[in-house]
Ligand binder design. Structure first.
Ligand SMILES: Nc1ncnc2c1ncn2[C@@H]1O[C@H](COP(=O)(O)OP(=O)(O)O)[C@@H](O)[C@H]1O
Ligand SMILES: [Mg+2]
Length: 264
């Protein structure tokens, strides 16, 4: 099962990706969490200590690895021949960070060419790695992304089984989400759940949903606003430090139950 977590900036993608990763692994699934943000911070949300999280070098910034795998250095661009099909089957074992039993993280880094400039060998490596992982690994793969639509680029999006479109309950955020949902569908992702996060008033959120999605063809799931998050983040801690009875944990557990129903 490959789950894409995407949406506009600051809506809660990383927080929800981290919580889901922990919840799946607590239910005896083997989980591989992938961070494809150009400013990665999933490690921190997963609860990896700050000093360790700071030292993680994303695959797309790992010059030695890129050279080893593609035969070219980042920045050399298209003028230099490099391998578009590098061997990537050892990357999880070499660069995966064990968060706990059954939960590994690989910080991929940005796969957005426009953001990375002309680091073409780096992007080639990242994309080859993602394709390999999607094809070969049997885990639950949860991909946290950065705001934007690069992850919907051809050759990747259609490999996902589920798109979690994270949104805030505002009309503005819902309109953007509607566009992302449409894109995902056009690219062949079969299932989407709209996760309406930071909800303070469920009734209002449901009304806003009906306004923007009058066809009601996309199921939604509400995650409430949780004050505990700020407290945890002020201390530089991850989602595992949230109190067990916190509303966000409760709501994401419900989301997990819905998702686990698709898994045969
Ligand atoms: N349900 C929630 N309740 C309160 N704050 C939240 C909630 N979800 C996310 N946040 C906060 O919103 C901010 C952005 O969250 P983050 O997961 O980093 O978003 P993204 O990855 O989409 O940019 C963080 O400070 C996070 O603590
Ligand atoms: Mg994020």
């Amino acid at each position: 099962m490959k789950i894409l977590v995407a949406g506009k900036g600051g809506v809660g993608k990383t927080t929800i990706a981290a919580l889901l990763s922990h919840i799946f692994s607590n239910h005896e699934y083997k989980v591989l969490a992938l961070d494809t943000d150009s400013v990665p911070n999933l490690a921190q949300s997963l609860g990896i200590p700050l000093d360790k999280a700071f030292k993680i070098v994303p695959l797309t910034k790992n010059m030695k690895l890129i050279e080893e795998k593609t035969g070219a250095r980042p920045g050399e661009g298209w003028g230099v021949l490099f391998s578009l099909t590098p061997k990537v089957d050892d990357i999880v074992e070499r660069y995966g960070i064990k968060v706990k039993d059954n939960l590994n993280l690989v910080v991929v880094g940005s796969i957005d060419v426009s953001k990375e400039g002309c680091l073409c060998p780096a992007i080639a490596l990242a994309k080859a790695f993602l394709r390999h992982v999607f094809l070969k690994r049997k885990e639950i793969i949860i991909v946290d992304t950065e705001a934007g639509a690069e992850v919907f680029g051809r050759g990747l999006a259609e490999k996902f089984d589920l798109f979690l479109c994270i949104t805030e309950p505002t009309i503005k955020s819902l309109i953007i989400s509607k566009k992302l949902v449409k894109m995902a569908k056009e690219l062949g992702i079969k299932k989407t759940i709209l996760v309406i996060n930071k909800v303070r008033d469920s009734l209002e959120a449901a009304k806003s949903y009906s306004r923007i999605f009058p066809e009601k063809n996309i199921p939604y799931h509400i995650v409430h606003y949780d004050n505990n998050l700020q407290e945890v983040e002020m201390k530089g801690l991850g989602v595992t430090n949230l109190p067990e009875n916190s509303i966000i944990v409760h709501d994401v557990l419900l989301l997990y139950s819905k998702i686990s129903k698709f898994i045969k």
